[in-house]
Design a protein around this ligand. Structure first.
Ligand code: SF4
Length: 356
């Protein structure tokens, strides 16, 4: 590992500024530095691919062009606009954030880091992105891309998410921000990580504007940096979902709890199986939970639901069993079922089942 010095900071600021100005991708959210728009795009980009955000972002700012418009919208409208982006707590937080800003007398985000960091959904990364891009303040925004770039530049031999490594990267980024224009440099760090200093084998050191500073390149350790985070293991399971009802009498849906994953969304009954469960074991558990003894017909449809570290392959069955409605459950028409805000994987299953 190397410890950066003044020359490192200066070269980094200078090289990355000119590289970014010539190589920046033309992305819709880069046409403005309006703080609300920066917040929206940064929240969308967390855990969602750029290509997907490119179609969602313009639609969102058309529907909710400012804090006031977003605060005045219903939760259903907000979740429906977010549908398909996943990790719905971001949409809830954005909505709450707009309502809090307005209640505090702000028509947009103020240039006040101490205030901003208390708003719902604004963690250290988002705070850094908004403060540096919208307000030109030297507040570091360290996400996975930036962590990877600096783990390699410094040849950091420890986990960059843990105390010492994380603090060293933050200090280094902040120092560089102070030597240039934070709105350019923050985006340059992210861009370098996204397009050049990519994960593992696709890393393109020959095109890197800061290769002369890179300690990992000198030692040939690029593929070992950042040091792997063992917590990132994906959990894979099978699951079962059940479409209960028929087109004439309607379908059973239930509302998810007010907090936690997909809060406020609707869903059809479904479960995640245990570690060794196959699809039929999943269905058996679901039927037992719902008290269904009537036969269930397999639809032949499957979809993958992804959330946090989980990937669940869900198979859909249907039944016209008549059930006592449990708390939080209701019956809706086919038309409403297709329109309700729902986790994207369940929505795809239902759409295929009802329209094909
Ligand atoms: S030289 Fe290679 S490993 Fe080092 S920062 Fe540039 S792209 Fe990343």
């Amino acid at each position: 590992m190397i410890l950066p010095d003044e020359q490192f900071y200066k070269t980094c600021a200078h090289k990355l500024t000119s590289w970014f100005e010539q190589n920046r991708r033309d992305l819709p959210w880069r046409k403005t530095r309006d703080p609300y728009s920066v917040l929206v795009s940064e929240l969308m980009l967390q855990q969602t691919q750029v290509e997907r955000v490119k179609s969602y972002y313009p639609r969102w700012v058309d529907l909710f062009p400012n804090v006031r418009a977003l605060a005045a919208s219903s939760e259903e409208e907000v979740l429906s606009a977010w549908q398909g982006l996943g990790y719905y707590s971001r949409a809830h937080n954005l909505h709450k954030c707009a309502q809090t800003l307005l209640a505090d007398g702000h028509e947009t985000l103020p240039a006040d880091a101490a205030y901003l960091q208390k708003l719902p959904g604004i963690g250290p990364y988002t705070l850094g992105a908004v403060c540096s891009i919208a307000f030109e303040q030297p507040v570091p925004a360290v996400d996975g891309n930036v962590r990877r770039v600096f783990s390699r530049l410094l040849d950091l031999g420890s986990d960059p998410t843990k105390k010492d490594g994380a603090a060293l990267i933050e200090r280094t980024v902040e120092h560089i921000l102070r030597l240039g224009e934070p709105h350019i440099l923050t985006q340059a760090f992210m861009e370098l990580g996204a397009t050049v200093c990519s994960p593992l084998s696709s890393c393109q050191c020959n095109d890197c504007p800061v290769s002369m500073l890179c300690a990992a390149l000198k030692k040939g350790t690029q593929s070992k940096r950042p040091v792997a985070d063992r917590r990132a293991t994906i959990m894979r399971r099978l699951g079962a979902a059940l479409l209960i009802g028929d087109a004439q009498n309607g379908w059973i849906v239930r509302r998810r709890p007010e907090s936690g994953l997909w809060s406020g969304f609707y869903e059809i009954p479904w479960i995640i199986g245990g570690e060794n469960d196959d699809f039929s074991a999943c269905l058996q558990t679901l039927r037992a939970e719902l008290g269904i003894t009537a036969p269930c017909e397999e639809t032949g449809l499957e979809e993958t639901l992804r959330f946090t570290r989980w990937q669940v392959r869900v198979r859909l069955w249907r039944t016209s069993a008549v059930l006592q409605l449990q708390k939080g459950a209701e019956i809706v028409s086919s038309h409403s079922l297709l329109k309700l805000a729902m986790p994207a994987g369940l929505k795809r299953l239902i759409t295929k089942a009802l329209t094909h």
